[in-house]
Design a protein around this ligand. Structure first.
Ligand SMILES: [Zn+2]
Length: 299
């Protein structure tokens, strides 16, 4: 039953057109990370909010239909309509609010995210037109950007070719709070999108780079899933490495996908299985990524 619920939840999170979806019962939940930083959970990807005298900064902005509820929550927390918005990547469950808040907020994203939002994209086998012009990011960067507001030196860093080509990670408080976007699905197998130039080896590389920049006290806001920390991210990283190792060994032994799936990966990773990506599908995803490389190495 729980799995069915998860499938529905995740499918709703990843498909649009949302116009026909009913957001009436969705709420925005907040968790305080520091006096001024909050993790917000609505209908789409997780949001990080920095609230202070200089105005509100958001990392990601959910679906457009959640904008009013989001502002109500920000007001409850002492803020108001956002002044700055950072898009961690273009997926519509993270950028829907752009078309509402773009009238007044400066929207910041990588060059890749802006380009994708400005043109038709395919996500989960569905075509999505360009978003309205008002929602286009107005400030773009290629590698990194620093933003100084509300007594914070915020580092906004491009980690390319993990979940998508335009992934951005945001570091607050010298790395004590980090917003990772969909580079991190806490407690779940990772998802990467080859159709948006995401790659498994990019996920591995970028996770390692981030692990090197955070401490045991760091609070991590994942793209989806509950608030997390370095120990959990480390476990996630090890799970990915171990899964890759198992599948690689299977391919090298000449096993076909079904045989590798039947053998499975270490049982201790089973808790990462979720409605959209079961262990069987996770193995298939790794297999499809590794198989062409191993075959070309062997030939
Ligand atoms: Zn995504």
């Amino acid at each position: 039953m729980k799995n069915i619920f998860l499938v529905m939840l995740i499918i709703f999170s990843f498909t649009t057109s949302f116009a026909e979806d009913d957001f009436t019962n969705e709420v925005v939940k907040s968790t305080a990370l520091t006096q001024s930083l909050f993790m917000l959970e609505g209908a789409g990807g997780n949001i990080t909010a920095l609230i202070g005298e200089d105005g509100v900064l958001l990392v990601d902005d959910d679906f457009a239909q959640m904008a009013d509820k989001l502002v109500t929550k920000l007001k409850e927390l002492g803020g108001g309509v956002p002044r700055y918005i950072i898009n961690t990547h273009f997926h519509y469950d993270h950028t829907g609010g752009n078309q509402v808040f773009g009238k007044t907020a400066t929207i910041i994203a990588t060059t890749e995210v802006r380009a994708r939002l400005m043109s038709e994209q395919t996500l989960w086998k569905k075509q999505h037109p360009a978003i309205p012009v008002i929602g286009f990011p107005s400030l773009t960067f290629d590698q990194s950007l620093s933003l100084h507001t509300n007594n914070q030196d915020i580092r906004i860093v491009h980690f390319a070719h993990g979940h998508t080509d335009g992934d951005t990670v945001v570091f607050f408080n010298q790395g004590k709070v980090v917003s990772m976007g969909d580079l991190y699905f806490s407690g779940m197998y990772p998802i990467f999108h080859p159709e948006h130039k995401g790659r498994l080896d990019g996920v591995v590389k970028n996770l390692k780079l981030i692990l090197n920049q955070i401490s045991s006290e760091t609070q991590i806001v994942p793209g989806h899933g509950p608030l997390s920390n370095k120990a959990e991210l480390q476990k996630y990283y090890e799970m990915i490495l171990d899964s890759i190792k198992t599948v690689r060994q299977g391919i090298k032994k000449g096993l076909i996908l079904k045989q590798i799936q039947n053998k499975g990966i270490n049982k201790k990773w089973e808790s990462f299985s979720h409605g959209y990506l079961t262990t069987e599908k996770w193995i298939a995803l790794i297999y499809s990524d590794l198989f062409p490389v191993i075959i070309s190495e062997a030939s």
